[in-house]
Design a protein around this ligand. Structure first.
Ligand SMILES: [Zn+2]
Length: 113
């Protein structure tokens, strides 16, 4: 882990296809939604490898593309494009991520094996 991050470090990591989570070492909690500083102790957040597996809480979507709210644990929830046959209640894994129009996006699928 590096010593801290500026506001762009999270997006930079995501843009490189690496899902990492801002993390406060002092509190041992994720800083989520991503922020440069911990919301509890205001200490600097570092980046840590994210938990890639989670549970689909909600799913919605029009023809073609479906989106789901995925709970990755420890309060980290992402809105991800769903791949495979993922539906509400599915265990999914973040299979890719990136940045589109300045915002992070994620793809989560139940068919990574
Ligand atoms: Zn903290």
């Amino acid at each position: 882990m590096d010593g801290g991050m500026d506001g762009g470090a999270f997006l930079k990591s995501v843009s490189e296809g690496v899902f990492r989570v801002p993390w406060c070492a002092a509190c041992s909690i994720p800083v989520w939604p991503p922020a440069p500083r911990c919301g509890r102790c205001t200490g600097p957040a570092g980046l840590r490898d994210g938990e890639p597996e989670g549970l689909v809480l909600e799913a919605s979507g029009a023809a073609g593309t479906r989106f789901g709210l995925v709970d990755l644990g420890e309060g980290v929830r992402i809105l991800a494009e769903l791949g495979g046959r993922a539906a509400v209640g599915s265990r999914v894994r973040v299979t890719s991520c990136g940045v589109r129009d300045g915002r992070p996006y994620y793809v989560a699928s139940d068919a990574w094996m």
